[in-house]
Design a protein around this ligand. Structure first.
Ligand code: PEP
Ligand code: MN
Length: 362
């Protein structure tokens, strides 16, 4: 006879190949009723693949709700039995791994505050040795890809085969729009380095608020993320943790319905031919840009020679302001943002100065 747990194992295996993979559930398990009701209403949307719930909560300040603890694990078992949804829980210690396994949690995740600490990650990895369970690893709080990669390596070395990444944004001082700045390029770079790993976006912890969740989730899907983890609560405003960012299960269903799911690859031959042609045009233009930049540097070197002969400093602030003003005006006409123009000209300017310095030092 197949038990719930053997069917679950198969289900979880299949999940690993499913796109998009949608994970949802409350930030924290609070009561049995809250958890089971959330799970039932999420299951009713038919948009959710994996039920999440925080059992042990790493909180920034003491005195905040630190999770219900192991007592909540049987509630997760019940939610699973009632809905058929496999479950996932955050673990931060070896003991928590043991407890989660005892209560048949199907997928584990390592939180952002744990990924930063190699001691903790190693302790979790040691507890996982010989265990067959998928593990999702959130990015560390600070924007450091080496730490994130290190955690992946520790878990992989423990023998875990199914590893996924969760991008939940990075802490940055003075940032107001997001709770955790997405720094999308870091997630993209992590995927480039680890193309075989599943990449999930967590817009809840990036946004920290409900009003920009939809657009952030859409952006992740447009960037070819494999799935989403979004917090959901039956009564978001009264949630015991992360009340501002949680949404009701029904709202989650609506949000998923509105997302435009794009494919990285389209099958049609015409599409590929058209894309190939446009890519060749891009390559051609990039080659030309490179050539022009090379010419620009040669002229900068000539100016360097002239400055050397006349004993003039390399940097002349007035001239630099004049270049930027011209570029902003021209850029605006061409639809290039001021931010881009600033970054681009800063880079070009630095390269010019380096070329001139070589001339002056010669
Ligand atoms: C969470 O998922 O509830 C959580 C604590 O997330 P993070 O580790 O990303 O802060
Ligand atoms: Mn949370």
């Amino acid at each position: 006879m197949q038990t719930l747990e053997t069917t679950m194992k198969v289900k979880v295996q299949e999940l690993w190949g499913k796109r998009p993979l949608i994970i949802s559930g409350p930030c924290s398990a609070e009561t049995e009723e809250q958890l089971v009701a959330t799970a039932q209403r999420l299951a009713a949307t038919e948009k959710v693949d994996l039920l999440r719930a925080g059992i042990w909560k790493p909180r920034t300040k003491p005195g905040m709700f630190e999770g219900i603890g192991a007592k909540g694990l049987p509630w997760l078992q019940k939610a699973k039995a009632v809905t058929g949804l496999p479950t996932t829980v955050e673990v931060a210690t070896g003991k928590q791994v043991q407890d989660a396994l005892t209560f048949d949690v199907d997928v584990l995740w390592i939180g952002a505050r744990t990924t930063v600490n190699p001691f903790s990650v190693q302790e979790i990895a040691d507890a996982l040795r010989g265990v067959d369970i998928p593990v999702l690893i959130k990015n560390p709080i600070n924007p450091d890809l080496e730490l994130w990669s290190g955690a992946v390596e520790r878990v992989a070395r423990a023998g875990i085969k199914n590893i996924g990444l969760i991008h939940r944004g990075f802490s940055s001082y003075g940032n107001t729009e997001y709770r955790n700045a997405p720094m999308w390029h870091l997630a993209i770079e992590m995927k480039r380095r680890n193309p075989e790993l599943l990449l999930i976006n967590d817009p809840s912890h990036i946004c920290g608020r409900r009003d920009i969740l939809q657009e952030t989730a859409q952006k992740a899907i447009d960037l070819d993320f494999d799935g989403l983890m979004i917090e959901s609560h039956i009564d978001p405003d009264n949630a015991w943790s992360d009340a501002k960012q949680q949404i009701t299960p029904e709202r989650l269903g609506e949000m998923m319905g509105k997302i435009v799911w794009r494919k990285e690859d389209a099958a049609s031959a015409e599409f590929h031919a058209a894309l190939e042609k446009l890519r060749q045009q891009i390559n051609q233009l990039d080659d030309e840009l490179m050539q022009i930049l090379g010419q620009r540097m040669k002229i900068a070197e000539q100016i360097g020679t002239y400055k050397k002969e006349n004993n003039i400093t390399i940097l002349q602030t007035n001239r630099w302001n004049e270049i930027l003003e011209r570029a902003f005006k021209e850029g605006e006409r061409k639809g290039l943002s001021k931010e881009f123009i600033t970054r681009y000209f800063d880079a070009v300017h630095m390269e010019s100065i380096n070329h001139q310095k070589r001339v002056l030092d010669s």
